[in-house]
Write a protein that binds this ligand. Structure first.
Ligand code: GDP
Ligand code: ZN
Length: 460
């Protein structure tokens, strides 16, 4: 296992693998400039000023063969992403050439970077905190514009500042506790206990505000797992087609992430829906549509949101009733489709008998589909997501630690109320300080940091 204090020079291809106009090979570390200079014909890179770019050729010094024409950027520490010397080689050839350039750097003293290692160095060298590092990953994986926006905000340090401010509040109070212990002439215990309880209550409020954003933040980051279910012929494929038509910004998962299945994402009012088992819907038209219900049941298990389609122009069938029953404990929207053919089922009647959100549509005529989209957004997003400066908690790690810190602070409040001695109550108070520090990485254990960065893609 790698420790956090290795600082050899690392290299990787930082652009996506594949054909493209240019590819970038990036190197970071003490020897980056020296190594690049050995394989570069053009300016003497060891002499050029920092933050400059140079035209020339990459050559293999052993054979004197030219590998590629290149533009090389020299970025000297400390004003770089990793706070180390960085070299970026813009190659012009395809992937074979780019690989060759990388191999050349490896042959001359660089080591192949681990996934996320550039970002990890930025963290270890104090340039960014863990929430910012996580946001780098989120930007790469963002499914929608909105998700990307939130990630960029986090990269700017918004969440980090909030967490650090809370930690400071706790620390200031702890400092007071020490002072009070030094002045035993007044009732130190009572004064300090009250201070700790007050600060705890204060910080709990701030944590609550952040936790409120966590549900939406997580949806933004991961997408809302959505199942479209209904018996054959009610309009599932039609709805899917409507939702995925080109102006809906279909986004498919980027290759190279850990998942092996291709997932289909659509953005509905900037809510990313991760569609479950769309293959089952796409193909049902070809086959005798028996699989409908059976297949739906599988999709249902994983769903955060169920879009249950019924044919509103007909009475309920047994199959409909089964699906209504099976989805009753899910967050669902019942869609009474085919309203253009007349309405045997009404939205009000269905709402009254199920308690669910119901919308009557004609997917064929594109009637009431905006209403459906608004409903989806309203069910999951309280409006927080619309404001631009909102700092959001976007992942389970952050949310879990916030919840833990909250619990510790609640225990402090309770201990003080119960008259527990200050030094005992203080244990949880200290604990909350540590827990919050884990979010930013100010007090995160090495294994955690390593595990986190290993989820990154190569070259980041
Ligand atoms: P699925 O089997 O649930 O996927 O249903 P499809 O989307 O394949 O639709 C079955 C048939 O119903 C197709 O001929 C559609 O054109 C038609 N259809 C879908 N929505 C509507 C609607 O709102 N009104 C009418 N009249 N027909 C519709
Ligand atoms: Zn169909």
């Amino acid at each position: 296992a790698q420790t956090l204090t290795e600082f050899d020079t690392i290299a990787a291809i930082s652009t996506p693998i594949g054909e493209g106009g240019i590819s970038i090979v990036r190197m970071s570390g003490e020897d980056a400039v020296k190594i690049a200079n050995q394989v570069f014909k053009g300016a003497d890179l060891t002499k050029v000023p920092t933050h400059t770019i140079h035209y020339g050729h990459i050559i293999d010094p052993d054979t004197n063969k030219t590998i590629d024409e290149a533009m090389v950027t020299v970025l000297r520490a400390p004003k770089t992403f990793t706070r180390e010397d960085i070299i970026e080689i813009n190659c012009h050839g395809g992937i074979v050439v780019t690989n060759h350039v990388l191999q050349l750097l490896l042959a001359h003293g660089a080591r192949m970077a681990d996934p996320g290692e550039f970002t990890k160095r930025a963290f270890v060298n104090g340039r960014i905190d863990l929430t910012q590092a996580e946001s780098v990953m989120d930007i790469v994986r963002a499914k929608t514009d909105k998700a990307r926006q939130v990630a960029v905000g986090q990269l700017a340090g918004g969440l980090m500042h909030k967490i650090r401010a809370m930690r400071k509040e706790i620390l200031d109070t702890l400092a007071n506790v020490e002072v009070n212990i030094d002045y035993p002439e007044y009732d130190a215990d009572q004064v300090t206990a009250k201070q700790m309880a007050d600060t705890s209550k204060n910080v709990i409020q701030k944590i609550d505000r952040l936790l409120k954003t966590a549900q939406e933040g997580t949806i933004l980051r991961n997408g809302l797992a959505t199942a479209i279910v209904g018996r054959p012929n009610v309009g599932k494929s039609s709805l899917l087609n409507y939702l995925t038509q080109s102006d809906k910004a279909i986004v498919t998962d980027v290759a190279g992430t850990t998942r092996d299945t291709l997932e289909e994402y659509i953005s509905v009012n900037s809510v990313p829906l991760k569609l479950i088992d769309t293959a089952g819907i796409h193909h049902t038209d070809d086959k005798v549509e028996k699989i409908g219900v059976e297949r739906s049941q599988k999709a249902l298990k994983q769903a955060d949101l169920v879009l249950l389609l019924l044919d509103g122009s007909q009475e309920l069938t047994d199959e409909d009733k089964t699906l209504l029953k099976e989805t009753e404990n899910k967050k669902r929207i019942i869609i009474l489709n085919k309203m253009d053919l007349g309405q045997k089922l009404t939205a009000k009647g269905m709402h009254d008998s199920t308690g669910s959100e119901v919308v009557s549509t004609s997917i064929l005529k594109e009637t009431n589909l905006d209403e459906l989209e608004d409903l989806i957004k309203k069910m999951f997003f309280s409006g927080i997501t619309n404001s631009n400066d909102q700092i959001m908690v976007t992942n389970q790690r952050q949310a879990g630690l916030l919840a833990k810190a909250k619990k510790q602070l609640q225990d402090v409040v309770k201990a003080v109320e119960d008259g527990v001695p200050v030094d005992i109550a203080q244990i949880d108070f200290n604990g909350a300080w540590d827990t919050l520090g884990e979010i930013t990485g100010d007090s995160a254990p090495d294994e955690l940091v390593n595990a986190l960065f290993s989820q990154f893609c190569l070259g980041k």
